[in-house]
Design a protein around this ligand. Structure first.
Ligand code: ZN
Length: 318
């Protein structure tokens, strides 16, 4: 990935709570697509979801705006190991071997040996792998702190309650900062760009599980956070409405995909039709260019495949 050009103006850091800073990784030059969150305070500096290695130069530049560098980071707090959230983990640990990496126990083995992760991503992204994600290095087992999802961890001057929240991925956890009323919910909380009035699920293969997802949303609701922190993108308020809209849309998508499996045509045609229908729905709710940004950031075609896989496993879909 290209280095940050020296004269380019960086988008500003955003303070979302005391010692809690939203960092726009300006992924591949796109604003408000991938957010990391910097937690500072006693117990060591932490980054929630550091993003992919292709955005590392930007992460460094933004840490620099806070007078920090990778050498000052003590913890990486991962919601899950998808490359847009955690691809840079191995590279950061190589640079600063003091870093402790918090991750669900089902994700931990794939950080330590990313061969399968790389293999499945390569199947999907082919020649674009390096451009999209940069290098994906193994994380030494000694740096990894595996979580089951019932812990309390002390990082960045606060206690985070860890809660297992599968649905989007089997190895997904969320972190609740009760003192500040923030829930770091990764992709379980869906996609909502910069607190705008539209919440979208994100349902790529292979782990989508609707029953677990519903339970995970219940777990989030039960803790009454005042704000969610979404990787895509940033701080979001109106939590009850947000989660309600997400659940509704998830159900609508899942119905759409289940029915599409009964229609004639092949998967590529079904997926295309789904993309057209969701794109039309986005256009009804959002102005351009926002509707287009949502469609691109969510990755609608992959979302059809993720839900189709779920139904083929669980239903009587062909
Ligand atoms: Zn994900």
């Amino acid at each position: 990935m290209s280095a940050v050009e020296p004269k380019r103006t960086l988008s500003p850091l955003e303070n979302v709570a005391p010692n809690t800073t939203q960092i726009d990784l300006e992924y591949l030059g796109q604003l408000q697509m991938i957010a990391s969150c910097l937690l500072e305070g006693e117990g060591g500096t932490a980054l929630v979801d550091p993003g992919p290695a292709s955005a590392l130069d930007m992460l460094r530049a933004k840490l620099g705006q806070r007078g920090l560098s990778v050498a000052d980071v003590d913890h990486l707090v991962l919601t899950h190991i998808h490359l847009d959230h955690a691809g840079a983990t191995g590279t950061l640990v190589r640079e600063n071997p003091r870093i402790r990496v918090w991750v669900h126990e089902r994700g931990a083995p794939h950080l330590i040996d990313p061969a399968r992760l790389i293999e499945s991503a390569t199947r999907l992204y082919g020649a674009k792998m390096n451009w999209l994600w940069g290098e994906i290095l193994p994380v030494p087992a000694g740096n990894v702190q595996a979580l089951s999802g019932s812990e309390r961890i002390r990082v960045g001057g606060r206690t985070l309650e860890v809660v297992y929240t599968p649905g989007h991925a089997w190895h997904h956890v969320s972190y609740f900062d009760a003192a500040n009323g923030i829930a770091f919910v990764g992709d379980t909380g869906g996609i909502r760009i910069a607190n705008r009035g539209y919440v979208s699920p994100v349902t790529p293969p292979p782990d989508i599980d609707l029953e677990s997802w519903e339970k995970s949303l219940e777990q989030i609701r039960a803790r009454h956070p005042t704000r969610l922190f979404l990787t895509h993108f940033g701080s979001a308020d109106g939590v009850d409405e947000h989660l309600g809209e997400l659940a509704e849309r998830l159900e609508a998508w899942s119905d759409n995909v289940r029915k599409s499996l009964e229609n004639s045509g092949d998967d590529a045609e079904r997926a295309n039709r789904f993309v057209q229908e969701v794109t039309a729905s986005l256009a009804r709710h959002l102005e351009e260019p926002e509707a287009d940004r949502y469609a691109r950031y969510v990755g609608l075609k992959q979302c059809w495949y993720g839900l189709a896989r779920y139904w083929r496993k669980h239903g009587d879909a062909p």
